[in-house]
Design a protein around this ligand. Structure first.
Ligand code: ZN
Length: 107
């Protein structure tokens, strides 16, 4: 961030500008446990190239669905799992942008 008084570049944890003494009013609450915003491009790449491994589902923390994707891929020779997989894959395409938005902090 930058000092709003003099424009000096500041550390994100600075409470005041070392150059002019202006306090940084925008105090960031750093929560190490806060979920990290997801990268939209990466999510789409995972969805496109690694969907058979449920990679995009694991990326969004949907472990159960990720495992289901792997199971469906491993059983896709039975045809029906392959069809289910294809349907899920298409449905996920309509949801990825929403999941990315939801991964951003609410404030
Ligand atoms: Zn300053």
């Amino acid at each position: 961030m930058f000092c709003k008084n003099c424009g000096n570049e500041l550390s994100d944890r600075a409470v005041a500008c070392p150059k002019c003494g202006e306090p940084t009013t925008e105090k960031k609450v750093i929560n190490p446990y806060a979920p990290q915003p997801k990268d939209k491009t990466l999510a789409w790449l995972l969805w496109f190239f690694l969907a058979g491994f449920g990679a995009h589902r694991f990326y969004f923390g949907h472990t159960g669905m990720g495992i289901l994707y792997i199971v469906l891929t491993l059983t896709s020779f039975l045809v029906i799992p392959a069809i289910v997989l294809l349907i899920l894959w298409i449905i996920d395409a309509t949801k990825i942008n929403t999941w990315v938005m939801e991964s951003y902090p609410k404030n």
